[in-house]
Write a protein that binds this ligand. Structure first.
Ligand code: FAD
Length: 296
């Protein structure tokens, strides 16, 4: 089944314009009442950017299932469009069908569908092996009810056999019914632009929205990047290392680098920007300010 926006390509604003750009912001589900309050304030602060949606991640093996739903419903109740992520690894078809049914009854209309990663030492991969199986299963169970976002990797998923195979994995997700894709974060605009060109050549027509990681803490970013296969350019790594513990200078350099990256992506025709916020509004908001997205 082909997704409803299957022929949309990277539609959005004219290249270089931020006026009609669709922004979205990703959160993780808070663990405490204090975290819930903080997330409410973060969402309220980002609402002036007129987000297309907020999304809430889903822990490996369903470990955050209730908190993910709680956070999404809290956002919806506050008047924000919100979408849960859903990973299939380690889950049975029966569990996933029940979850989809619950989400549908709660009025949720958008899902970010992923394979996920099991923590090391876990056993049992579950009934659905790849994200394309999950997308097909969602369509089989719920027809066109959900808008389905999937993940893709301009710098290639770390477990992919080859860049070509990874592109074909995205194509399989589209053929299974995905409507749009969000990329893993990256700092090299050319990796994204080339990836979109290759996707179009392979017949993939859905919008491909770049995932943007604001730089808050460089050692944490380096750790994440190692795990997810995002490359930190040598020049950026060395400059960040020179700054040591100088948080203000790291923030300033990070803002410059990531804003410049976003501007290049938008100029190159990116249909939107999806910010990995780490539940903090500040950096994403400042990047939006500098790009002229929404109102401060
Ligand atoms: P898939 O598309 O299934 O791909 C996984 C690997 O298998 C790739 O290497 C691919 O090339 C390969 N592959 C796919 N199909 C086949 C096939 N038929 N044969 C052989 N190889 C194949 N993780 C979470 O746990 N929770 C989250 O909320 C979450 N949110 C995310 C949001 C975004 C925008 C992104 C980019 C990632 C997110 N992740 C999340 C991380 C994601 O779960 C991991 O990157 C995971 O390792 C792969 O997920 P996927 O959906 O891309 O998997």
């Amino acid at each position: 089944m082909t997704g409803s926006a299957g022929a949309a390509e990277n539609v959005g604003s004219a290249p270089g314009s931020t006026s009609a750009l669709q922004v979205s912001f990703e959160f993780f589900p808070p663990k405490s009442d204090e975290g819930v309050q903080r997330l409410r304030s973060t969402a309220a602060e980002l609402a002036c950017r007129l987000p297309h949606f907020f999304s809430v991640t889903y822990g490996a093996g369903g470990s955050t299932r209730d908190r993910t739903l709680g956070a999404v419903l809290d956002l919806i109740e506050a008047g924000h469009p919100a979408a849960p992520h859903l990973s299939c690894i380690g889950a049975s078809r029966i569990e996933t069908a029940a979850l989809l049914q619950t989400w549908r009854e709660q009025g949720i209309r958008r899902i970010v569908a992923l394979r996920g990663d099991l923590p090391s030492g876990s056993v049992g991969l579950g009934d659905l092996r790849y994200a394309s199986d999950l997308v097909g299963f969602i369509r089989e169970q719920t027809g066109s009810h959900f808008h389905i976002e999937v993940a893709c990797y301009p710098e290639v998923h770390p477990q992919a056999r080859s860049a070509r195979d990874d592109l074909l994995a995205l194509k399989r997700k589209v053929e299974a019914g995905a409507d749009s894709a969000i990329t893993q974060y990256f700092f090299n605009a050319d990796a994204y632009l080339r990836f979109v060109d290759e996707a179009r050549s392979a017949g993939i027509r859905i919008p491909i929205v770049p995932g943007i990681m604001p730089i808050a803490n460089f050692s944490q970013l380096a750790r994440f990047s190692e795990a997810c296969g995002a490359e930190i350019p040598r020049w950026l790594r060395l400059r960040m290392q020179d700054l040591g513990d100088d948080a203000a200078s790291i923030r300033a350099l990070g803002l410059d680098v990531v804003t410049t990256l976003c501007a290049r992506l938008v100029a190159g025709g990116a249909p939107g920007l999806h910010f990995y916020t780490m539940n903090q509004a500040g950096l994403s908001s400042e990047i939006c300010n500098r790009l002229g997205i929404g109102q401060a």
